[in-house]
Design a protein around this ligand. Structure first.
Ligand SMILES: [Fe+2]
Ligand SMILES: [Fe+2]
Length: 144
């Protein structure tokens, strides 16, 4: 079973964003699978969680930085708001990694993934990312 299906991820008007969002959803699905296997007592899956959490952080950092660079390029008016949300989530992902390193609490990690991260991703894409992609698309069309 897959936690996030491809079609659940909203499509926005910029390909690089859609590509990053699909990659983020894939990482979420990998984490979900590792959590389920860890719950069944698979030690190898448990050991793969920490590197995956680090990959999720690194990919998010890269994904957010690319969006922020585009917002700066087109002088997007809600830049600070969108960037602030990225920073908040990076901090949250960092806290989740630290918590996992400290306590290996699978319930806590599962709860974060299912009740927070999945919903955040879909909600963020359908609001801030959609508006940003639309603005960038119009800007590029106008200057072309
Ligand atoms: Fe995004
Ligand atoms: Fe974003």
């Amino acid at each position: 079973m897959t936690l996030l299906k491809r079609e659940q991820i909203p499509t926005v008007g910029l390909d690089f964003m859609n590509h990053d969002h699909q990659a983020a959803a894939e990482q979420i699905n990998q984490l979900d699978q590792l959590i389920r296997q860890t719950r069944q007592g698979d030690k190898e899956s448990q050991q793969q969680i920490e590197p995956l959490l680090k990959e999720i952080y690194a990919h998010s950092e890269h994904h957010f930085a690319h969006e922020e660079a585009e917002m700066v390029r087109v002088n997007f008016p809600a830049y600070e708001c969108h960037k602030g949300e990225h920073e908040r989530v990076l901090e949250e992902l960092n806290q989740v990694l630290l918590q996992w390193q400290n306590n290996q609490d699978i319930e806590q990690l599962d709860d974060f993934l299912n009740t927070t991260l999945c919903h955040w991703l879909i909600n963020h894409i359908s609001t801030m990312d959609s508006v940003t992609a639309m603005f960038v698309g119009r800007y590029d069309h106008a200057v072309a």
